[in-house]
Design a protein around this ligand. Structure first.
Ligand code: SF4
Length: 476
């Protein structure tokens, strides 16, 4: 794959030649890629893989996963030019191989998400396309002969009915496969096993293909890593390397550098808004600032940029931080030591860059030191402190257990999503990816609730848990 600056040759591959749209990505394509597409296509595929990861962590069932993958693929992987759809698929896969080959943990994640993507895309194909893909694998297994089928058909029918599949096994083609090659079918007891062989029905063949696909991709990732470390990283240090290194931690959601909806937060409301609509990371920093009248650099950056993103203007930001810091350090010291960095965050000093609020990914990956209060509480708090903080936010016992379960499995953003759902009483299908998204989603929920009440002339009650007005029938 050759990367070019701005010109593009047409791709040699042709989507019309292949019945199946699912690729095996056996070798890197011979086509030129514009630098912009190199990054953009990878970001789009990453959105699909992250969506799959969220769906799996939320415990979605296989039929829900099929719908999810179908939707994610259509939203992210289409292209205005039909012939580019295939190129986009292939290019994005190979770019992400480079991105995710570099560490064991990255490799594991990519392997698992790509295999899942393969599985559900295969299921979305028609039977003709599935058969064409099956032929491409050139599997060394033969269909079970009639004589052998007759000798085991009762067992096969038993398995079929015990797994809720209707009809007899007579019309089904079976393959005899070493049982370790279909671990998911064995684990869920969906195959008959005899003398070390599993009898895999045609409609279960995807499991077999997944094992092959996974094994091929796993080896390819190790080889790509070798090439990356021995050659590509250095050769491409001024061009591709920075893009590749940034992609695995890049934030893929909307830009929160400027307040958009529900803009402007005034100082007189800030305490109430913090209680209602700040995610736990910002709520914690806010409370610590009010308590200690000081925050270390990491905390000032994390909270300061968040507040800028939710619409606190520069004058109010200076007044807000000064009111707290001057209680401990004095007004003069604040003006000398701290005011500069606040103006700096708003692009009024130094390089005049308008800095962007931190995403969850960035916050989760920081390592707070002693006396720091920044970071993500779901990752950085002890279990005891996290439980106490959640209960202070009004999260019920059952929801707390669900949150702790996600934390134990290191799904911190999902833990935050469950907290949002428990506090606001609505589901948040997209999941939380950014503290400013948590804030704006929260404001939307609270505002629509208020509007519904006003429209229906419902009585509003002041809730002491969340410090806002709620319809009288809604409670925490
Ligand atoms: S998941 Fe994101 S928004 Fe939630 S507490 Fe952690 S960093 Fe903040």
């Amino acid at each position: 794959m050759e990367i070019v600056g701005s010109r593009r040759k047409s791709s040699k591959s042709s989507a019309g030649d292949t019945v199946s749209t699912v690729r095996l990505y056996r070798s890197a394509p011979e086509l030129e890629v514009r630098l912009e597409d190199f990054e953009l296509y990878a970001v789009h595929r990453l959105r699909v893989l992250k969506g799959i990861s969220d769906g799996l962590s939320r415990g979605k069932k296989p039929n829900e996963m099929v719908d999810l993958v179908d939707k994610l693929w259509k939203v992210n992987m289409m292209h205005s030019e039909a012939h580019e759809v295939t190129n986009k698929d292939i290019i994005s896969h190979f770019v992400l191989r480079l991105v995710y080959c570099r560490e064991e943990e990255l490799r594991r994640w990519f392997l698992s998400m790509e295999t899942t993507l393969f599985r559900y895309r295969f299921q979305l194909e028609g039977s003709e396309a599935q058969r064409a893909l099956l032929a491409e694998f050139d599997l060394p297994y033969k269909a079970v002969s009639n004589a052998e089928y007759e000798s085991v058909k009762d067992k096969l029918n038993q398995v079929k009915s015990s797994t809720g599949q209707s009809g007899s096994s007579a019309d089904t083609v079976y393959y005899k496969v070493p049982f370790e090659q279909v671990p998911d079918l064995v684990a869920s007891r969906r195959v008959f096993i005899l003398k070390g062989y599993a009898y895999v029905a045609m409609n279960q063949v995807v499991s077999l293909l997944m094992t092959q696909y996974r094994s091929h991709l796993s080896k390819a990732l190790v080889l790509t890593n070798r090439k990356w470390t021995s050659m590509i990283r250095e050769q491409e240090k001024d061009r591709l390397t920075p893009i590749v290194e940034a992609l695995s931690t890049s934030y893929l959601g909307p830009d929160y550098s400027q307040p958009k909806e529900h803009a402007e937060i005034s100082l007189k409301d800030i305490d109430q808004v913090a209680k209602n609509s700040f995610p736990l990371c910002m709520r914690h920093l806010f409370e610590k600032l009010r308590e200690d009248h000081h925050l270390k650099h990491g905390g000032r950056m994390q909270l300061g940029l968040f507040l800028k993103g939710v619409g606190l203007n520069l004058d109010d930001a200076l007044a807000f931080w000064k009111a707290e810091f001057s209680r401990k350090a004095g007004a003069e010291r604040f003006d000398k030591e701290y005011a500069y960095s606040i103006r700096h965050n708003y692009g009024k000093e130094g390089k005049r860059t308008d800095y962007t609020p931190y995403s969850c990914q960035k916050i989760i990956s920081t390592t707070p030191g002693v006396g720091d209060h920044h970071g993500c509480p779901y990752r950085h708090f002890s279990e005891e402190n996290l439980r106490a903080a959640l209960s202070k936010m009004g999260v019920g016992n059952r929801a707390v257990e669900d949150v702790m379960d996600k934390v134990r499995n290191r799904h911190y953003q999902l833990a935050c999503t469950l907290t949002f759902e428990a506090v606001h009483g609505v589901s948040c299908d997209e999941g939380i990816n950014h503290p400013n998204q948590y804030y704006s989603d929260s404001k939307k929920v609270l505002e629509s609730r208020k509007n519904t009440c006003l429209k229906n002339d419902l009585k509003l009650c002041f809730c002491v848990m969340c410090f806002s007005f709620l319809p009288s029938q809604v409670s925490h």
